[in-house]
Design a protein around this ligand. Structure first.
Ligand code: MC0
Length: 157
């Protein structure tokens, strides 16, 4: 190092805020909600149907308020040829996805694409509670289907 000067250090920039949820593929949503609430003591936080994704889904958590709540998403197929339908046929019930929360999905998507990571959709789609979502192909994420979610402004932390 010349003249004792410090070389500027470039720190890595965080792309992800936290794990938003883990998604479980289930054949029957009502039965899965019953099991996870009555046996494991989770609370039902939210439930909705997402036609575009071909799922009926429920978010369950350890508390009613983020960020205290850890969240699990239960995903049941609306159709056999949906992502969850195909997953169930091939693997049976189980962990289908890991979801990272991001502050700016467009920015994170651009950075990942620049780094050679394949995102499944050219543009973001709508997910739980109006979030913007996209997915990283499992082949580019160590064998894990990785969802990226940008919550609506009011719900973001
Ligand atoms: C497939 N593969 C997986 C996987 N699904 N690996 C890990 N986790 C998964 N969930 C692997 C297969 O084993 C295979 O590897 C390779 O990827 C290609 O699989 P495939 O069977 O040929 O492909 P498909 O047709 O089943 O499609 C897989 C793909 C699909 C990931 C592209 O599931 C998809 O588009 N997912 C994104 C949408 C989604 O999951 N929607 C439901 C959640 P080999 O080695 O055998 O070649 S909706 C949601 O989550 C929303 C509501 C929200 O949170 O807000």
């Amino acid at each position: 190092m010349e003249n004792g000067a410090h070389t500027p250090v470039t720190l890595p920039q965080d792309l992800f805020i936290c794990i938003d949820h883990v998604g479980l593929a289930v054949p029957d949503l009502d039965e899965a909600i019953r099991f996870h609430t009555e046996v494991f003591g989770w609370r039902l936080l939210h439930r909705e149907t997402n036609e575009e994704q071909g799922v009926e889904e429920a978010m369950i958590g350890t508390g009613s308020q983020l960020p205290e709540s850890a969240q699990i998403q239960l995903l049941a197929p609306l159709r056999e040829d949906s992502a969850i339908g195909k997953f169930l046929t091939k693997n049976g019930p189980g962990m289908q996805q890991l979801c990272y929360r991001v502050a700016d999905l467009e920015h994170v998507s651009a950075v990942l694409r620049e780094r050679g990571v394949r995102l499944l959709y050219p543009e973001s789609k709508t997910g739980t509670g109006g979030a913007r979502i996209n997915f990283v192909h499992p082949k580019d994420a160590g064998g894990v289907l990785l969802e990226l979610t940008e919550p609506p402004a009011a719900a973001a932390h």
